[in-house]
Structures are given as C-alpha cells and as structure tokens.
Design a protein around this ligand. Structure first.
Ligand SMILES: NC(=O)c1ccc[n+]([C@@H]2O[C@H](COP(=O)([O-])OP(=O)(O)OC[C@H]3O[C@@H](n4cnc5c(N)ncnc54)[C@H](O)[C@@H]3O)[C@@H](O)[C@H]2O)c1
Length: 343
C-alpha cells in the first residue's frame, strides 16, 4: 500500500483526492499540504472548477497528516509518492525536490512554464529512484483513447483530417485567479490548450512545423489559439483552444476526426456520446466506461507503474516536455506571424 501526499488542495487536488478514495486497495492518502489554512483543514467549500466535480465540499481529514509547508510533506517517510497539484510555476521546484528525496512523483500538467524547467525535472528524474509522470489526463480519457486507437490501428482507414477543440469561459475559480496571470500559468495556451497539444503528439507524433494565430483579451496572456500543424500533404491537423468565452458557455472539449472510411465526432457538452459516422450512412456509438474518467485512469495507471516498478510508458516526461516546447512554439508563431519548424 503506497502512502500518497497531495500538495495543493484546489480544483485538481480535490479531484485527485477523490480518485485516491476510489483506489483504496492501492493507495492511502497519508498527507496533504496547502498554504491556505481552510483548505488544509478540509474546507473545500470555496474550491471551484470547470469540469468534473465543480462543487466544493467540507471533508473530514482525520487520520491524514496536514502540512502547511510542502517541504515537510516531502520529508515525511510515510509519503512514498507525491502528487503535485499546485499552480504551474511551482511544479518544477517541488517535483525536483520530491524526486531528490526519493519519492515517486505525479505532477500536474503542464510540466512547467519553460523548457529549461522541464529539463531540470528530467535531469532530476534520470538520477531518481522514484517513478515520474506528468498527469496528462487526456491520454487516459476514454473517448480520447478510442480515437487514439482508431488512428493507430487504422480501423477506419488512414486519418485524413483532425480538429481538436477545448473551449471555455474565462476561468474565475482558481485561488486569487492565479490562472489569468501568464507568469504563473502560461495563459490559455500552456494551461488549457496544452492538453490537446499533448494529445495530438500522442496520436501523431511530432509535426514538421506549426502555424498559430492567437490573441490576448483578458489582459494577461494569450486567451485563444487556432493552430495548424503540418505533417504530410494529405493530413490536415487543426487545434483550437480558448478561454475567452462568456460565462454562460461553460466548458467543452471535443474532436472531429475524418478517416478515409468514417468520421469520429465527440463533444463533451453536446450530451451525445462519441459517434462513429460511416461513409455508408450508418452510425455507431461505441460503449465507453462510465464509472471512470481520465483522472481516475491516469492515477490508477501511475500507481500500477509504481507497484510493478515500471517506468510509465503511456505518458513519458520527455513527451510532456515536448508538449510544453510546442505550446511555446505556437506562442512564437502567433507573435511572429510565421510558421515555426519543430526539431
Ligand atoms: N488535468 C486537468 O484537467 C487540470 C485541471 C485543472 C488544473 N490543472 C492543473 O493543476 C494545477 C493546479 O490548478 P488548480 O486549478 O487546482 O488551482 P487552484 O487555484 O484551484 O488550486 C491550487 C492550490 O494550490 C495551493 N498552493 C499554492 N501555492 C502553494 C504552496 N506554495 N504550497 C502549498 N499549496 C499551495 C493553493 O492554496 C490552492 O489550494 C495547475 O498546474 C493546473 O494547470 C489540471
């Protein structure tokens, strides 16, 4: 039974806490940390979010150690695995410290705000005895796994065109709205859109080059991006990410994938299941697991890797680093108005 310590009890930390409660046979939450006393005491009534469990609650944390200082959580011998759920600008420092302390580390996406910070994390991981993974939940999201498998197996013929979209109202739920400060979050491209950057890499590997257009609306970083990724002549790949929609919009993630023989269409908020539309006019709605989502699956997978002493393969830290590098390349393309070659 692995002892887990969660750092950061905000939107995603609370979500991870709930997942570990479903994974009791594999993991025990040994400790939590938050710099905010109410959150540390289990009062999550003011914690919001845009997907999944949006409502806060008050939790009984009896039996779980509560640390206001993350360094004390990392030093605790009852904690064998550290789950980093704090704002992005803190990921690198905490992950490196936890890896150096011999812990297994699951850290939220994006890996970091700069490639240099990603490299520090990779360097620490290379020397560490603990396993390391960035929580790229989309690689584990049932509908996304279905699409990735269809691309890989070519069961509907080769992929011809792909449109990934992640669309949201301007976020207002993070603590002190750190998410709208690009120095802390990287703006919509690194915080939100990076999910699809990583998902496209998962399915298609590295593009030859990318072109992006973007703009700033909320007074901070880029709030919207439309990117075209160049692979080969007969494959069109478009990624769209935004958090500049009005409050009534909420949150949507979705994709349209055109294969030679069929199209796969999914939008989380459409109320319709993932649908395969065949060229002959027929449709099918493949069954998806309903009790688990990408958050549960990624954590269950990482715990499995730890238990089996295997390096995570579905999502590697090097791939997460590439996602950050390409998100930054999109920002460069948007700034210069020119395509950026991906080496
Ligand atoms: N995978 C996903 O779908 C997903 C969704 C949301 C957020 N995230 C990522 O998770 C991270 C956290 O985002 P969030 O939305 O949960 O933010 P949040 O503001 O809701 O929560 C962050 C928490 O970290 C705590 N914190 C901040 N600095 C700290 C410190 N030095 N020591 C201890 N605690 C500290 C805050 O008090 C707060 O409770 C970000 O990197 C974000 O990109 C991922």
């Amino acid at each position: 039974m692995i002892g887990v310590g969660i750092i950061g009890l905000g939107f995603i930390g609370r979500n991870h806490f709930n997942q570990y409660e479903q994974l009791k046979e594999k993991a025990r939450i040994a400790a939590v940390c938050d710099k905010e006393p109410d959150r540390l005491a289990g009062d999550w009534s003011k914690v919001g979010g845009n997907v999944g469990d949006k409502q806060g609650s008050v939790r009984d944390l009896t039996g779980i150690k509560q640390y206001p200082n993350w360094k004390d959580l990392i030093a605790d011998p009852d904690v064998q695995m550290v789950d980093i759920c704090v704002p992005t600008y803190l990921h690198a420092e905490m992950a490196v410290a936890a890896l150096q302390a011999g812990k297994h580390v699951l850290s939220e996406k994006p890996m970091a705000l700069s490639v240099a910070d990603c490299d520090k994390m990779l360097k620490a991981a290379a020397k560490a005895k603990g396993k390391f993974m960035i929580a790229q939940c989309i690689r584990f999201w049932p509908e996304c796994v279905y699409l990735q498998q269809a691309v890989k197996t070519k069961k509907f013929g080769p992929l011809k065109a792909l449109h990934l979209r992640r669309q949201a109202s301007t976020p207002d739920y993070s603590l002190n709205n750190w998410i709208l400060n690009p120095k802390l979050s990287g703006g919509a491209i690194l915080d939100l859109h990076v999910h699809d950057v990583d998902f496209a890499l998962f399915m298609l590997g590295k593009p030859k080059s990318i072109t992006a257009q973007s703009y700033k609306r909320t007074g901070g970083g880029y709030d919207r991006v439309h990117a075209l990724w160049q692979y080969k002549k007969d494959l069109v790949v478009q990624l769209e990410g935004m958090w500049d929609m009005p409050p009534a919009f909420g949150f949507n993630m979705g994709f349209t994938a055109r294969f030679e023989k069929a199209a796969i269409v999914f939008d989380l908020t459409s109320g319709k299941p993932l649908t395969v539309m065949h060229n002959d006019g027929s449709t099918e709605t493949p069954e998806m697991p309903t009790r688990t989502d990408g958050y549960f699956n990624e954590i269950a997978y990482f715990l499995d890797c730890v238990e089996k002493k295997q390096k995570p393969r579905i999502s590697t830290p090097a791939e997460s680093r590439l996602a950050v590098a390409i998100a930054l390349a999109e920002i460069k393309s948007a700034q210069t108005g020119k395509p950026v070659a991906i080496k």
